[in-house]
Design a protein around this ligand. Structure first.
Ligand code: FES
Length: 104
């Protein structure tokens, strides 16, 4: 499985999710929570909003458009009007960098 480098872990600040654009992927959001890292699609499943412009509170991200929320660990929509789960990716941290894997 190909490993894809997203960011330096030190560049991801808790409460300030980082937007990442990579070839072959939808826009991604990287989050830090208590020194754990999570990666999701950045685009809200309810509309054309980037979650990195929303409000993170622990493992919850609130969309800046209509205030819906997701759990960034599971991707589950937790507050209306968001109903469709967000895609999540396993974040691998190694030597100070955050990676995800590209599935075959
Ligand atoms: S676009 Fe995100 S809640 Fe509507």
């Amino acid at each position: 499985m190909e490993r894809i480098k997203l960011a330096l872990s030190s560049d991801v600040v808790e409460g300030e999710p980082l937007a990442i654009m990579l070839d072959g992927f939808p826009q991604l959001a990287v989050y830090r929570v208590n020194d754990h890292f999570f990666v999701t699609d950045n685009l809200c499943t309810h509309g054309n909003a980037m979650l990195t412009e929303g409000f993170q509170d622990g493992t919850s991200i609130e969309c800046p458009f209509h205030g819906g929320r997701f759990n960034i660990e599971t991707g589950k929509a937790t507050l209306y009007p968001c109903q469709i789960a967000l895609k999540t990716y396993e974040a691998i941290v190694e030597n100070g960098f955050i990676y995800i894997t590209r599935l075959p």
